[in-house]
Design a protein around this ligand. Sequence first.
Ligand code: ATP
Length: 458
Amino acid sequence: MSPDPALDPLREALRLSPDNVPLRHHLAGLLVAAGALDEAERLYRQGLASAPEEQRLRFGLADVFRRQGKPEQALVVIEDLLERPDPPPEAQLLGARLLLEAGERAQAARHYHAAVAREPDLADPELAARLPALGEPVPPAGEPDPPVEDPFVVDGRVRVAAGDPPALDEAAAERPSVTFADVGGMEAIKDEIRLKVIHPLDHPELYRAYGKPVGGGVLLYGPPGCGKTHLARATAGEIRAGFVAVGLDQVLDMWLGESERKLHELFERARRGQPCVLFFDEVDALGASRSDMRTSAARLLVNQFLAELDGVERSNDGVLVLAATNAPWHLDAAFRRPGRFDRILFVPPPDAAARAAILRIHCRGKPLGEVDYERLAARADGLTGADLKAVVDLAVEAKLREAIQVGVPRPLTTKDLAAAAKKVKPSTRDWFASARNYATYANQAGLYDEVLAYLERR
Ligand code: ATP
């Protein structure tokens, strides 16, 4: 039985005409008023899945998230609305509240005053009192509010959790020897990287002549083991550039100000060593960290990252920024703005032709007999590049054991590889289960269209 049976006729009407946006919005609003937030959330998400451009539904979803005590999700949804040319004043008001809670006072004030200028009835004196007045100078965006709770102060520095300050990790710059020839498949993605990062680096004057900005980054996302890191390393090898790989856990630091310093130092190192590919793995850790760290501290780091990426203080000429994540849905929406990670590429598991190419690459230099790569690849549906590497490694180990027993090395054959493949299980199922949910219900601006297309082809 539904929580509020009086709404059943409306539910039935919506079931019969699911594309009726005003009806959906009306029913969801009544559900919110009745406290049935989960059902309202479901209605908004379903509506957005088929009408992603509907601002009312987007606003409604953000409002529900906020009422459910999920300000991070609410902010992501509302920021998307606020970036549009003419956001509804109600959305600006809600955005102002959320931004204020996130410590972004200047931005919150901007949206609040814009909302009230267009819709004076929305004025909220209580909210206004907590915001800087029009024209009043505000601290630069992202400057943390003074710590109010648990202000651990040690030697005049504020830390965000208990513990000792860790030493700064030196991330070594390498000169990779792998190139695109060592990456199986991914032809479209390689082309995109050539166009977006390699050609601008080779011909900056041409790009400028056509008014195309040089810079920004490419974000690779997809299930683990499909070659995101490998591809980033090969990009550096392709142009004989340096490669600095950073796990964001190396940057995140419990000491306020330390993470920013580390991040700045990394960008500086890449700038000094240009041409250089600066690769951030698990970049979603920045977004996810917002719930773990004091909000203002975490936002400060996100802002610093974005400022470095934008080349606010120092030019990023000759620095290519690539990033990877298995969980793009945790990424702060601000990363996706133009000039930042505005190319977001899905790195799917390899198709049959790519699987054959990957097996060939990993069998290179090994003693080989007859190997039917195409047949092996056809039977290895669902295996990732990392899984296929594991297949070759397992087959080589088995062969080595055999060679030690008989005293002579024997070449690898199709049979050896097929036997090894039976021991390796496809590893991407869980990822696609989550991805399907996000792609269906949170596909903002068609971000996950490629995932949906991939799932449909399966
Ligand atoms: P994670 O998200 O877990 O970091 P990833 O997508 O970054 O995974 P990689 O670490 O790049 O995956 O892949 C693991 C290994 O699998 C690589 O070092 C490489 O040896 C192999 N591999 C993956 N994809 C390919 C490919 N397309 N061609 C050749 N080797 C590949």
